[in-house]
Write a protein that binds this ligand. Structure first.
Ligand SMILES: [Zn+2]
Length: 361
């Protein structure tokens, strides 16, 4: 028996077991990596995993192809390949989401696109109920419709919340226009996953992102999430809807990396802090960070350690950005994160996601 792919965390009692240790089992599950924490199998749930629905794209005149709309986004034809990769990476379940590209659609077409998408998401989950759940898609540019789609997504299709962009057609998601959607999300008690669209950058920023390095995404995407979450805090959206459950993609962008500065803007320039849409904030800006959730897409155990120190380990959930090849080693990174208790690690790997998304472990 080889141990070359086995990883033993430095923390006593925690072991990550690679697939090679299971090589004695001649079953289809042979290649499925098992994560063991404190001597017990820990279920790993990836809350940041993308897919796409060709039938919905066709309604918008779009089709699969190119670096963004990759063929492996399509569940109907590539689920087996996806599951094999999940097995190799030690991901037990993915929470599927579709990146919004329908925010400019008029109401009738947006309604059709979302209906097709949510139906297909439900089908994909039903076909492999032990491996996939999904966030609903919603037409957030029509907030009352989005609220209805969220409710229908949850109640009719069994979806576990919704995935939305970090801005909607140049409007911040803290804009009062979106209150009907936030009110419904709070009422239903479901998780809202906020993922940047890369369209939040101004023309000037897009100009500065040009050149080598994919900076429009590398910098632009976390920046959009940072701006979105900051507005939810500073405009008082989180005060008005205190029961909201929000998850910021990519570790919440830069917000938890440089949190302290948020507390000093208003003391430094009170003339620029007349109060949010709903008056003065009820808490210090950084205190709101600990009431949101974040994925672990920060690329290193030290990054995850810092995120946990800022927001609490109980606020983190595994994210991989599948199928975009940003990382294949997320489970290893969580297992190698210093300073976590065994229960912290179990929570990050899947315990917190299971509770938030109604997944039986
Ligand atoms: Zn993503």
């Amino acid at each position: 028996m080889t141990t070359r792919r086995d990883f033993l965390a430095s923390t006593a009692g925690i072991a990550f077991v690679g697939c090679s240790m299971l090589s004695a089992r001649p079953t289809a599950a042979q290649a499925r990596r098992q994560t063991i924490v404190a001597g017990r199998r820990a279920k790993v749930i990836d809350v940041h995993a993308h897919c796409a629905v060709p039938e919905a794209l066709a309604l918008m005149g779009l089709k699969i192809g190119g670096p963004q709309l990759r063929p492996d986004l399509v569940m109907a034809t590539t689920a087996a390949e996806r599951i094999a990769i999940m097995d190799a990476q030690g991901i037990d379940m993915q929470v599927l989401s579709i990146n919004p590209n329908w925010y400019k659609l008029e109401r009738d077409l947006a309604e059709k696109v979302i209906q097709v998408q949510n139906e297909k998401l439900a089908e994909a989950c039903a076909a492999h109920a032990d491996r996939f759940v999904a966030f609903a898609s919603v037409a957030l540019q029509h907030p009352d419709l989005a609220a209805r789609q969220l409710e229908e997504g949850v109640k009719k299709y069994g979806l576990r919340g919704a995935a939305i962009g970090g801005s909607v057609n140049d409007l911040e998601i803290s804009d009062p226009k979106f209150h009907p959607f936030w009110a419904k999300a709070e009422q239903l008690g479901v998780l809202i996953f906020i993922h940047p669209q890369g369209t939040g950058a101004t023309e000037q920023m897009a100009h500065r992102f040009k050149g080598n390095g994919y900076l429009g995404n590398v910098i632009g995407n976390p920046l959009e999430t940072t701006i979105a979450l900051s507005h939810l805090i500073f405009e008082g959206t989180l005060d008005k809807f205190p029961g909201l459950k929000i998850c910021g993609a990519h570790g919440g962008g830069y917000l938890p990396s440089y949190a302290g500065r948020n507390d000093w803007g208003c003391p430094t320039r009170p003339d620029l802090c007349p109060g949010g849409t709903h008056g003065p904030l009820k808490k210090k800006p950084t205190e709101y960070l600990t009431q949101m959730y974040y994925d672990t897409m920060v690329f290193s155990p030290e990054g995850i350690r810092h995120l946990a120190a800022e927001v609490g380990a109980g606020r983190l959930m595994v994210g991989t950005d599948y199928p975009y090849p940003w990382t294949k080693t997320m489970v290893d990174e969580v297992m190698a994160t210093p300073g976590l208790s065994e229960s912290d690690r179990i929570a990050i790997l899947g315990g917190t996601a299971a509770k938030l998304l109604g997944i039986k472990l």
